[in-house]
Design a protein around this ligand. Structure first.
Ligand SMILES: Cc1ncc(COP(=O)(O)O)c(C=O)c1O
Length: 413
């Protein structure tokens, strides 16, 4: 019997949607409740003082520092805040350029602009991460940081990126918002560049609803980050030169959630890697699909399965057909790059003066027009993204494999 696609009126592969892509939130339970209650009952939700501070944020920082094998960790209010604080700590400001990958979440761009510097896009390759082969051509004498993004749990080629960055004397800020627990040649991502940044927003493995943190081995950089996130204060530390900062301090409530969730990280990683391995094995041989490669030396965390189909038109049809089978898929960032966002393409800032793009200290010229990163544009359009969750059952895994096979066999080019 010929199977009909659900989108054409056939029976879907499954009746219910897959578990949603909220890994850490899906495994929240009594432990998180108890930790939050401790903070509430102490009536001390602020990390630095109160009737009986519980030290939750400090404990969270110590936990992530130990886990990642770094000297310093600083918890903040979001991944975007962590990016901004890291950029400020690195001394990135007016006149500077920061190289970011053409395919990433918009926060990478807005954090650079918020630090009053100018983002410069570089190509991604078929790993959907920053292309080392393209990176060097985007470096100018104004480049003050390189921001590789370990997209969807797959580490960038950090050997190649670090070699180029070191040769030019430019610091690397790793954006690990989507990749806590991923490793490159056995080292945790975030601990390879000068500074690494993570998010605790709800789509992430470890979540506090909102939140973020940064890690570094460089004490001076850490102290600058502490000042940048807390009005220029150091409180528990000393050293360096004061400057005006902002407030990106984490609350004890978020810290309490973070500590408990870190305890669940290994369990989530094991479940997600297992699910991803089985799905990849199951769909590897399907005609017309090209799996997103994981570079040699990279250990990814299994948060998603990504593959490419031959055309953007087919990707759109493929995604709609998978959705109808109740296997949620998407194009990720709309299957587009920077130029689909009018605020990026037209360099729209919050006020009409247009700083940092119009800043007299900025001596470069940058364009975000279609065509500046053609490889990224092509790959983004042909990508199919299936998010996974740590609660996937064997049945869920089988359904994904069956649905991909069914859709691949029937969706026209
Ligand atoms: C690659 C990347 N960078 C930065 C961020 C910003 O993190 P947050 O949402 O916590 O501000 C995200 C969030 O989704 C992200 O995916």
């Amino acid at each position: 019997m010929v199977e009909r696609l659900a989108i054409e009126g056939g029976r879907p592969v499954r009746e219910e949607p897959l578990p949603p892509p909220y890994p850490g939130a899906l495994v929240m339970g009594e432990e998180e409740k108890r930790a939050l209650l401790e903070v509430i009952e102490s009536r001390s939700p602020f990390r630095y003082y109160g009737p009986a501070p519980q030290g939750k944020v400090s404990e969270f920082e110590a936990t992530v520092a130990a886990r990642l094998g770094v000297a310093h960790a600083l918890a903040v209010t979001s991944g975007t805040a962590a990016l901004k604080v890291a950029l400020v700590a690195l001394g990135v400001g007016p006149g500077a350029e920061v190289v970011v990958p053409a395919y990433t979440f918009i926060a990478c761009v807005s954090a650079v602009v918020s630090a009053r510097a100018v983002p410069v896009f570089a190509e991604v390759d078929e790993t959907m991460n920053l292309s080392p082969a393209d990176l060097e051509s985007r470096i100018t004498r104004r480049t003050r940081a390189i921001m590789p993004v370990h997209l969807q749990g797959v580490p960038c080629d950090m050997d190649a990126i670090m070699e180029i960055a070191d040769r030019h004397g430019i610091p690397v800020l790793e954006d690990c918002a989507q990749s806590l627990g991923a490793t490159w040649r056995g080292r945790e991502v975030g601990a390879i560049g000068r500074i690494g940044v993570f998010s605790l927003q709800m789509n992430k493995l470890v979540t506090a609803g909102e939140g973020g943190f940064l890690v570094t081995d460089d004490r001076d950089l850490f102290l600058r980050a502490v000042r940048a996130h807390d009005h220029g204060y150091l409180r528990e530390f000393s050293g360096g030169t004061p400057f005006l900062g902002e407030n990106h301090r984490m609350s004890e409530l978020a810290g309490a959630l973070g500590v408990v969730q870190m305890g669940k990280l290994d369990g989530m990683l094991a479940a997600m890697k297992r699910a991803k391995r089985a799905i990849v094995e199951g769909i590897r041989g399907i005609d017309g699909l090209t799996l997103r490669p994981v570079p040699e030396g990279a250990e990814d965390i299994g948060t998603s399965v990504i593959f490419f189909v031959p055309t953007a038109k087919k990707a759109t049809r493929f995604i709609a057909a998978l959705d109808a089978e109740n296997v949620g898929a998407s194009a990720m960032y709309g299957g587009t790059v920077y130029d689909a966002n009018p605020q990026v393409k037209d360099m729209r800032t919050a006020t009409p003066e247009g700083c940092p793009f119009t800043c007299s200290l900025y001596q470069g010229r940058v364009s975000y027009d279609h065509g500046i990163c053609p490889r990224a544009e092509d790959l983004a359009g042909r990508l199919v993204y299936i998010p996974l969750a740590p609660t996937f059952t064997d049945r869920d895994v089988e359904d994904v494999v069956r649905a991909v096979g069914k859709v691949a066999a029937h969706v026209p080019d």
